[in-house]
Design a protein around this ligand. Structure first.
Ligand code: C2E
Ligand code: MG
Ligand code: MG
Ligand code: MG
Length: 272
């Protein structure tokens, strides 16, 4: 009887897995089609220099404009795209679209640096350097106005290889920031080896900065360390004036978050 129950549990388990696998396959197929049908769209969120209030750049954030479901968050499809490898063509599209937009802004007289997220799998893909070079050439967007946002884990997975890729991209002229900084495992020694330009303090440290002494200490440590290494710091997820006041007091000079602006389509952005 116990055996029979075990079999039932087993069958239930495999059926559940099969359903999950089927849903994933359906999502993968749909996303692949979305890419072909041009259903992806980039939104842009301002990065603001606290002292002047000026927008110093924008971060490009992908969305899927689903014909039935409306705007789909990247959190719902980027992880799957990473697993299946679809992130590579998707990432090329994001780079092309961001550089096209950046060039269009330039042609309209607006100098607007753009940051593009690069996931681990894209970073590990041997073609990234060539892709970036080709996209920049074709779009006419200056390399110096493009920042690639990488996570600590993308870099730390194979640090020696990462240094080589970063050096090659650096030679083209692009910049780098480390996204979600503080949530991964980058060692200080490595941070120094990487030709990185900025650290983006993860919004989990900003969220409770008003109430949590530990988070304040972490932010002030990151700011001090960044200064030592001559890196810029951007605080992510700044939603309130109180958070901004604390961040400013702790020496953080650039911020991004709903307090300054939500991610919007290029045409809806107001640069002030
Ligand atoms: P991320 O790169 O850390 O981007 C910041 C996320 O925080 C964005 O979520 C943004 O909308 C959100 N955010 C901005 N300000 C605030 C705020 O004040 N409060 C809160 N609660 N959230 C805020 P989004 O657009 O949903 O993107 C989520 C993640 O998906 C990104 O995190 C990034 O890791 C990934 N992602 C987005 N676009 C791309 C892309 O084109 N390529 C790749 N590889 N990943 C992407
Ligand atoms: Mg980012
Ligand atoms: Mg982030
Ligand atoms: Mg993130």
């Amino acid at each position: 009887e116990a055996k029979a129950a075990g079999r039932n549990v087993y069958r239930f388990y495999t059926e559940a897995l099969t359903i999950a696998a089927q849903e994933r396959l359906a999502l993968e197929t749909a996303l692949r089609r979305a890419l072909e049908r041009n259903e992806l769209v980039l939104h842009y969120q301002p990065v603001v220099a606290v002292a002047s209030g000026y927008t110093t750049g924008v971060e490009a954030l992908v969305r899927w404009r689903h014909p039935a479901d409306g705007l789909v968050s990247p959190l719902r499809f980027i992880p799957m795209a990473e697993e299946t490898g679809l992130i590579v063509p998707l990432g090329i599209w994001v780079l092309e679209e961001a550089c096209r937009q950046g060039r269009a802004w330039l042609d309209g007289g607006r100098v607007m640096p753009i940051a593009v997220n690069i996931s681990s799998r894209q970073f590990a893909d041997g073609a990234l350097v060539d892709t970036v070079r080709r996209v920049l050439d074709r779009s006419g967007f200056p390399a110096s106005m493009l920042t690639l946002e990488l996570t600590e884990s993308a870099i730390m997975h194979k640090p020696d290889q990462a240094v080589r890729v970063l050096e090659e991209l650096k030679a083209i002229g692009v910049k780098f920031s480390i996204d979600d900084f503080g949530t991964g495992y980058s060692s200080l020694a490595y941070l120094k080896r990487f030709p990185v330009d900025a650290l983006k303090i993860d919004r989990s440290f900003v969220a409770d900065i008003v109430d949590d002494e530990n988070d304040r200490m972490i932010v002030s440590t990151v700011v001090a360390m960044a200064r030592q290494l001559q890196l810029s710091v951007i605080a992510e997820g700044v939603e309130t004036a109180e958070q901004l006041a604390f961040l400013t007091r702790l020496g953080c000079s650039a911020c991004q978050g709903y307090l300054f602006g939500h991610p919007l389509e290029a045409g809806e952005l107001d640069f002030g």
